[in-house]
Design a protein around this ligand. Structure first.
Ligand SMILES: C[S@@+](CC[C@H](N)C(=O)[O-])C[C@H]1O[C@@H](n2cnc3c(N)ncnc32)[C@H](O)[C@@H]1O
Length: 221
């Protein structure tokens, strides 16, 4: 058995994923009405991301169950001790990553979120999962919260905040990544600049697209 598949985390995740699906279903018609070009501009912006996410502050926007399980398995199999996440939201992916730390013998997850109400919800969910001792939530813009006090080495990174910032956030973390560190980026197709960077061996990464719009990259050295 794992922390993920036993109480209290399993039933907590069932509830949170059900809420997530319901809120996505409610959001979809509004999203579909936005012209494709405007959607790309919104999702890829490096400057106007705050308004978009404030608008969606009551929506979990969480990873799928598959991606959540994938994160848990990666963290467990590489025996990750230090994980950094960009984009906490309600803490659903953080619960998977922290569960992996728990089952692997401990460690530290640093995760960051700029919506105060989401920080409060994530804190409550992580506490309900009994995982608070493993998680540090940094409230604020990742460009600031991840610019200092980073652990070294970082074993695993999960990028899931504003897509246009993926290259900048990776740049903040890069010098702390150990050789063989993994970087998982959700919905990375919204950031062609990020994909160009991690798919170039000359930049120090190996990278492959994975299921469900996930990019899996490894730091070479
Ligand atoms: C897709 S959701 C994250 C979902 C979460 N990883 C999960 O699966 O449970 C993206 C989150 O990142 C936050 N965010 C976006 N850009 C950010 C930034 N620059 N700094 C901090 N948080 C940011 C948003 O407010 C939103 O809650």
């Amino acid at each position: 058995m794992t922390t993920l598949t036993t109480a209290p985390v399993s039933s907590l995740l069932d509830r949170l994923f059900a809420e997530n699906e319901a809120s996505f279903a409610a959001l979809n018609p509004t999203w579909a009405q936005i012209p494709a070009e405007q959607r790309v501009a919104l999702m890829s912006s490096k400057t106007n991301y705050r308004a978009l996410y404030t608008e969606m502050k009551d929506v979990p926007l969480a990873v799928s169950r598959t991606t959540g399980a994938f994160l848990y398995m990666l963290a467990r199999s590489m025996n990750a001790r230090t994980i950094v996440e960009f984009g906490t939201s309600f803490g659903i992916s953080a619960l998977h990553l922290a569960a992996a730390l728990r089952d692997g013998g401990g460690g530290r997850l640093i995760t960051t979120e700029f919506e105060p109400s989401k920080v409060a919800r994530a804190r409550a969910n992580i506490a309900a999962g009994g995982l608070s001792d493993l998680v540090e939530i940094r409230e604020g813009d990742a460009l600031e919260t991840l610019a200092h006090n980073l652990p070294k080495p970082i074993d695993l990174v999960f990028l899931d905040g504003a897509k246009g910032l993926y290259p900048a956030v990776l740049a903040l973390l890069e010098n702390h990544l150990r050789a063989g560190a993994l970087v998982v980026a959700d919905n990375a197709d919204w950031s062609p600049e990020y994909l160009t960077r991690v798919r170039s061996p000359a930049q120090g990464y190996m990278s492959v697209p994975f299921a469900e719009d996930v990019e899996l990259s490894m730091r070479i050295d």
